[in-house]
Design a protein around this ligand. Structure first.
Ligand SMILES: *Cc1c(COP(=O)(O)O)cnc(C)c1O
Length: 446
């Protein structure tokens, strides 16, 4: 390996990082990771950190897991990649079957891609073309304020985070936005509650009643994660399913962040007994190993794309690496690990433990809100606790707290001033204590 100083220098010279103000990045000391083991990451100086954000919400069973490594090696010794445009490969077939088995029962078809944004992009295009194939022209998507579905233009169009998406407004297609459930309920009712859920659903119903050109309602599952961990009222997702059925529009549920155990069940939809027309998966699908995503849909949608070749009803969409052999092989092993290691059973008491320990944050001077869904949590920092006044954006308070946590061997990345805890599902309660104690300490130094 090159010496650390040269690596740091080259990193700052050649590498443009995602979601990063490079002027600031180049002025700071940054972590360059070299290897991982379980929940730990090691940097080029050999320092050890707990990966408390699961490497941007995708790691599940820990880094460098023997079974996942083995699955990759075995596949690698056969073939790394073969195209799925009109031909097939073994791990992609096995994984498709497995995904259909573990997702809600109306989902029977799997379309692969590489990243969450693409899985959403594909759901958008499939939903749009579904109506065209049936001879109807519809073009409006109903979305939520504060939604995040990824960074490609279609996914940005259905997004609602002004800070990320506002710049591109002129490039985006038309949507109708209904309020972000958490923010709406907080402002109007002071909390998430049944009345608030009903009011939100009636806002949606009004839109669906008035417009006959709605393609689909798209929303995240149970929580708006990238917006700062904003949970929905219980039953909201189910209510949306009932309304979309009643008014004959499609429903796209984005489980990219929530899928693969993050909320305590394999998929959040299962907690509300919802089967959407499209489910988007990514992040945890390979246990955090390789880029892979999937859009699942129903027999009914699939059938609308069947025709004689000349009728041109098929889906003209694909990527070079669609259904990549290595990624599918490791995804399959990732799902098998859930069964072998009883990951979800073991997770339940960690979720309870997290709930209990999160209460301690309410006592801190600069904590304005604490939010949780399953094993996902957000702790919102405020400058003034009484009025809820936030810190000025440019001060980067969340980042400063995250940097402090590094002194205690904990790696975090906040969403603005919301400190995110998205620990790998395999973490144990001692390691959770290290993370939570570090974060409490870092916040208390503000
Ligand atoms: C992260 C995320 C995406 C985008 O996934 P990428 O793999 O980063 O493109 C989409 N939807 C949700 C809900 C996400 O959290």
């Amino acid at each position: 390996m090159l010496d650390p100083k040269t690596l740091e220098n080259w990193d700052k010279t050649y590498f443009w990082h995602p979601f990063t103000q490079m002027k600031v990045y180049r002025e700071e000391e940054n972590l360059i990771f070299e290897r991982g083991e379980g929940v730990y990451l090691y940097d080029i100086y050999g320092r050890r950190f707990i990966d408390a954000i699961s490497s941007l919400w995708c790691n599940v069973h820990g880094h460098n897991h023997p079974k996942l490594n083995q699955a990759l090696i075995e596949q690698l010794q056969k073939v790394a990649h073969t195209t799925t445009l009109g031909s097939s490969n073994v791990p992609a077939i096995l994984l498709a079957k497995k995904l259909v088995d573990i997702t809600p029962s109306c989902l029977t078809k799997v379309f692969y891609s590489e990243d969450g944004a693409e899985a959403v992009e594909i759901a958008i295009k499939l939903a749009y073309q579904y109506w065209r194939n049936l001879g109807e022209r519809r073009k409006v998507f109903v979305t939520l304020s504060e939604a995040y579905h990824g960074d490609t233009i279609g996914s940005v169009s259905v997004g609602g985070i002004d800070l990320f998406h506002g710049t591109y407004k002129d490039l985006l297609f038309e949507t109708v936005k209904i309020p972000s459930p958490y923010l709406f309920c907080k402002e109007k009712y002071g909390r998430l509650c049944d009345e608030c859920k009903e009011e939100l659903l009636s806002i949606l119903e009004k839109v669906l009643k008035e417009r006959s050109d709605v393609v689909a309602v798209i929303l995240e599952a149970g929580i708006q994660a990238a917006a700062g961990m904003l949970p929905f009222p219980k039953g909201f997702l189910k209510g949306v399913r009932e309304l979309t059925k009643k008014y004959g529009v499609l429903m796209i549920v984005d489980e990219v962040a929530t899928g693969f155990g993050r909320t305590g069940s394999m998929f959040y939809c299962q907690q509300e007994d919802v089967c959407p027309d499209f489910m988007c998966l990514g992040k945890g699908i390979t246990g955090g190993y390789l880029p892979l995503a999937a859009t699942l849909t129903t027999e009914e949608v699939f059938n609308a794309f069947l025709s004689e070749f000349g009728e041109k009803k098929h889906f003209y969409h694909g990527h070079t690496y669609t259904g990549n052999n290595l990624a599918c092989a490791v995804a399959l092993a990732n799902i098998e690990l859930f069964e072998e290691e009883k990951t979800l059973e073991k997770l339940q008491h960690k979720i309870e433990y997290l709930t209990k320990r999160l209460e301690e944050f309410w006592d801190l001077d600069h904590v304005g809100d604490v939010r949780q869904l399953g094993f996902m949590a957000g702790i919102e920092l405020v400058e003034d606790k009484k009025t809820g006044r936030p810190y000025p954006y440019g001060e980067r308070t969340g980042f400063k707290v995250a940097y402090k946590c590094r002194e205690k061997g904990v790696f975090l990345r906040p969403l603005g001033d919301v400190m995110v805890l998205m620990m790998p599902l395999v973490i144990n309660t001692d390691q959770m204590d290290t993370v939570i104690d570090a974060l409490k300490w870092a916040i208390s130094t503000l």
